[in-house]
Design a protein around this ligand. Structure first.
Ligand SMILES: [Zn+2]
Length: 217
């Protein structure tokens, strides 16, 4: 196996353990992928990923045209939206999808997460919009996710969970944790009363930083 493929597989194993330990995913649900640089290929967690003890040899190397390059484990059934996002966004190098609790509360309410903390502008590019509903595993889910995501890096998937796109695995792990934390603050706050949102109008220094360092478009 060439060195970069082996490195990518190890990064997915690292990200698997990180999001599991941070309580963003239960065993077997969600998925993580990384783009194979310079190719129409990605490496994705297998269906029913073991987040506690992920093995590099279990990660599935697949082309964007759905051709499995290394036979073995079955790729996650949701590989379709990963493929579509990589094809649409040239700077997207990593995608994490989870069904974490607070983001999923917004997902079942079909609510977007507004800008409530400045760091959302820097790392996510703004709020986290909620997509229209589409069944899991379909190309329609990817289409709806991309439509709703706009210029941002994350999107809530109606009645499902959320996904985040990043320029590398570290960005994605950090961003996934941020989305869930913001969702928790928002869900808890609206149950207590009024929530004040931030306008991005006078914060162009933050949106500029997003464009330079974190945007995946
Ligand atoms: Zn899912």
């Amino acid at each position: 196996m060439n060195k970069s493929i082996s490195k990518i597989k190890n990064q997915i194993c690292w990200a698997s353990k990180e999001i599991y330990q941070r309580g963003l995913v239960n065993m077997g649900e969600g998925n993580i992928s990384l783009r194979v640089e310079g190719k129409e290929e990605m490496i994705i967690t297998p269906s029913g990923n073991n987040y506690l003890n992920p093995l590099p040899e279990d990660m599935v190397h697949i082309t964007f045209e759905d051709k499995t390059l290394i036979m073995g484990k079955k790729p996650s059934s949701e590989y379709n939206f990963h493929r579509m996002i990589y094809q649409e966004r040239s700077r997207a190098k990593c995608i994490i999808h989870t069904h974490s609790t607070y983001a999923s509360i917004l997902a079942v309410q079909r609510l977007s997460l507004p800008i409530i903390f400045e760091e959302m502008l820097v790392f996510l590019g703004g709020g986290v919009p909620c997509s229209a509903y589409a069944p899991t595993g379909t190309g329609e889910l990817g289409k709806k996710a991309l439509e709703a995501m706009g210029k941002q890096n994350a999107v809530i998937l109606a009645n499902h969970g959320f996904l985040i796109v990043g320029r590398n695995a570290e960005h994605c792990v950090f961003g996934a944790q941020l989305v869930e934390k913001m969702a928790k603050i928002y869900v808890t706050s609206i149950s207590m009363g009024k929530v004040y949102e931030i306008s991005e109008e006078n914060l162009s220094n933050l949106t500029d930083r997003f464009k330079e360092e974190f945007s995946t478009i």
